[in-house]
Design a protein around this ligand. Structure first.
Ligand SMILES: Cc1cc2nc3c(=O)[nH]c(=O)nc-3n(C[C@H](O)[C@H](O)[C@H](O)COP(=O)(O)O)c2cc1C
Length: 186
């Protein structure tokens, strides 16, 4: 079966290179609308969205993630860190951070659903995105509280996930599917 929604889901990829072109306000509004319209357990909406276009701040967070990553044994590091030019945010013009409500069992699931809504909305507008878990390390180092404040996380809330968005400057094949991950019980 094919329809517009299924095609959109199939065409989304993680993009890891971006043009400098900023997002328009109209695009941002539509992405955030798609985000807040996501379902959530008991409709708690346990998310806060922070739109970051401040590249020096993203550079600081990239450095903080590098610092944490280099403290780990090399076998516990993402292989991306062998490239000294690797940037956690891929120089995307916009990154949306989701911080999550504490003490709520569904926070991470709900934030995951919201971030995928953003990714699909971006795809529908001809934009590219990549969901980012790695920035988590910036909230473990010495500057964790300073970053939480700079990103306006509500008091007591913490990093859940982020998503970089922009005009893609790369192409990517679909990821290989693990076919054995589906069972039917009739
Ligand atoms: C929760 C989550 C965290 C992720 N974190 C990162 C990340 O920090 N950096 C990155 O480059 N990709 C990250 N990704 C993207 C995955 O690597 C990507 O979705 C996967 O390889 C499948 O490729 P596709 O998105 O192109 O289908 C993340 C994806 C998810 C769902």
């Amino acid at each position: 079966m094919r329809n517009e929604t299924l095609s959109l889901i199939s065409s989304r990829r993680s993009h890891r290179a971006y043009e400098k072109t900023p997002l328009t306000q109209e695009q941002l509004d539509a992405l955030l609308r798609a985000a807040v319209e996501s379902p959530s357990a008991v409709n708690r909406q346990p998310w806060h969205f922070t739109v970051v276009r401040n590249q020096p701040l993203l550079d600081e967070m990239n450095a903080a993630v590098w610092e944490q990553m280099m403290k780990r044994d090399s076998n516990r590091r993402s292989p991306r860190f062998v490239d000294p030019d690797f940037h956690v945010f891929y120089h995307a013009p916009t990154v949306i951070f989701l911080s999550g409500m504490p003490d709520n069992p569904y926070t991470h699931i709900d934030c995951g659903i919201a971030v995928e809504n953003i990714a699909l909305a971006a795809e529908s507008m001809g934009l590219g995105s990549v969901i980012l878990g790695m920035p988590r390390d910036a909230f473990a180092g010495e500057r964790a509280d300073a970053f939480r404040q700079a990103l306006h996380f509500p008091e007591g809330w913490d990093f859940a996930i982020a998503i970089a968005i922009g005009v893609p400057a790369d192409t990517k094949e679909p990821h290989p599917v693990k076919e054995d991950r589906i069972s039917f019980v009739d």
